[in-house]
Design a protein around this ligand. Structure first.
Ligand code: HEM
Length: 472
């Protein structure tokens, strides 16, 4: 639900008959030049495997020559510079999310499509439970869930799982299947207050809803899954209205009510929230919190293990996990960007954009804008131009440091940013305590076209990550 370019796999094969050859990483296909020497862009590139594998050289051409590119093939405008994108995100009257429509029917009537006062009202209802003190109360649950999942590896190895393989003194685990795919959903399930026994159904509904957003074939299944979720949530809501339930710390003491119990007692203008309102909030949290955080965990481990000196620095000083988390999101976030519609006729960089046009804000490109980040294609957790402090809705831009754009900025800034940060960092600390001397099993990872190196991450998050480490 988060944006365009989601839900793609990194090892997508080259399409038969694609007009664009796969280029060495960092280089763009020559699509011709204008008489003045400006490189031309053929918009078919945006649908090509070459682009998904290797988008950054094309974003550079766009930023340098077409900061607002009118793509007549896809009937939209691509906005690629950091400054322009932040400006549009802050101005939610001039650039609104209506009629985004991408979540229609599947997620229900969500705040994604709202702007202004109504948006703020909806967002605050549950957003407050995902930040600050409420979030701190959730950390023990996050830790316990991570330990439970990692603790199950021994049993999986003993049972002959193909994703936990013991060979001599070493163990190989496929991190996606054994951890990252399900962990964020389990966390969301737990903090919302779903009973443990519902987690498997929940995971199924989540997957169906997510694929339902991807296309017409799977749309029906997505809508059905949403209906099942709604029926289930309805029952839970009725039960919680009578008897709220709690989250507990590791010693079993209650630390606060779960989110559903909190929403049940929330009143707006004297009225309790309707079950429909609670359900669509839940569907949105479920939709927002899974794939994104899965991608964050996978990309973080992939990037760190491919930069062993930086991984060593993180193990040496745990406070570096925060820097690594933010640099990973700048370098390779799992969300490409966000669509907006301009409310008025405007002119940007000499391009006339009629009111109501689809404008795609390319967060990926903003994060690689060399006007803001030096050597943007380099992963460097110690870069001096990236802000990695407390996340702010206003963004951060001072003394040569800027926040990345992976969570957006302004009124729609991701309300799950804080909890996904906790999930990724807390989960990774626990993983690193179990996985000693880890290396990527490159022989099991997809290779690049020349076969020489690993396949670039491109526009997507890593699907499978095979990690070998000392058997505990
Ligand atoms: C690394 C993980 C994540 C990334 C990169 C991410 C990214 C984003 C981005 C870029 C937006 C802005 C959308 C816009 O401007 O239109 C957004 C919105 C949103 N995210 Fe996330 N997200 C992540 C994790 C989560 C989690 C864990 C949750 C829930 C627990 C969540 C729930 C939401 C919701 C509900 C919105 C809509 C906010 C609004 O429209 O006001 N996200 N996210």
């Amino acid at each position: 639900m988060h944006g365009f370019f989601d839900d793609l796999t990194s090892d997508e094969p080259a399409a038969q008959g694609s007009p664009f050859p796969l280029m060495p990483e960092g280089e763009a296909v020559d699509m011709g030049t204008a008489p003045d020497g400006t490189p031309l862009i053929d918009p078919r590139i945006f649908d090509s495997p070459e682009f998904f594998r290797n988008p950054y050289p094309y974003y550079r051409i766009l930023r340098d020559h077409y900061p607002v590119y009118h793509d007549k093939l896809h009937n939209c405008y691509w906005v690629t510079r950091y400054d322009d994108i932040t400006e549009c995100y802050f101005d939610d009257e001039g650039f609104n999310t209506i009629p985004k429509g991408s979540s229609s029917g599947v997620l229900g009537n969500t705040q994604l499509e709202l702007s202004g006062v109504e948006h703020r009202r909806r967002r605050n209802l549950y957003g407050q439970h995902l930040v600050g003190k409420s979030l701190q109360l959730r950390v023990p649950a996050i830790e316990r869930l991570a330990r439970d999942m990692i603790g199950a590896w021994d049993e999986a190895a003993a049972a002959g799982s193909e994703y936990v393989i013991d060979e001599g003194a070493r163990r190989t685990v496929e991190l996606g299947r054994m951890f990252a795919n399900e962990f964020p959903i389990r966390v969301v399930c737990e903090v919302l207050g779903f009973p443990q026994e519902a987690q498997a159904d929940f995971y199924y509904w989540y997957n169906s809803m997510m694929s339902g957003l991807g296309g017409s074939e799977t749309h029906k299944q997505g809508v059905e899954a949403r209906q099942h979720l709604e029926d289930y949530v309805e029952g839970i809501v009725e039960a919680r209205r009578k008897a709220p339930t709690y989250l507990y710390d590791k010693d079993g003491n209650p630390v606060g009510k779960d989110i559903i119990s909190k929403l049940c007692e929330t009143r707006v203008d004297g009225d309790f929230l309707s079950t429909e309102e609670i359900t669509s909030n839940i569907a949105l949290i479920v939709g927002g919190g899974g794939e994104t955080t899965r991608g964050a965990i996978m990309n973080l481990w992939c990037l760190l293990l491919r930069h062993p000196d930086q991984f060593a620095a993180v193990l040496d000083d745990e406070s570096n996990w925060d820097k690594a988390f933010h640099e990973m999101l700048r370098h390779s976030s799992s969300i490409g960007g966000q669509p907006r519609h301009n409310t008025f006729d405007i002119e940007m960089h000499g391009v006339h954009i009629p009111a109501g046009s689809l404008m795609n804000m390319v967060d990926f490109s903003a994060n690689h804008d060399e006007r803001i980040f030096k050597d943007p294609e380099k992963f460097n957790i110690f870069r001096e131009d990236l802000y990695s402090g407390k996340l702010l809705r206003s963004g951060y831009r001072k003394e040569g440091r800027c926040s990345h754009m992976a969570f957006g900025v302004g009124p729609h800034l991701c309300p799950g940013a804080w909890i996904s940060h906790q999930e990724t960092v807390v989960g990774s600390k626990i993983l690193s305590a179990t996985m000693k001397n880890p290396v990527i099993r490159e022989d099991k990872m997809p290779r690049d076209i020349d076969g020489a190196g690993p396949s670039p991450m491109g526009i997507v998050s890593v699907r499978d990550l095979w990690i070998e480490f000392d058997k505990p």
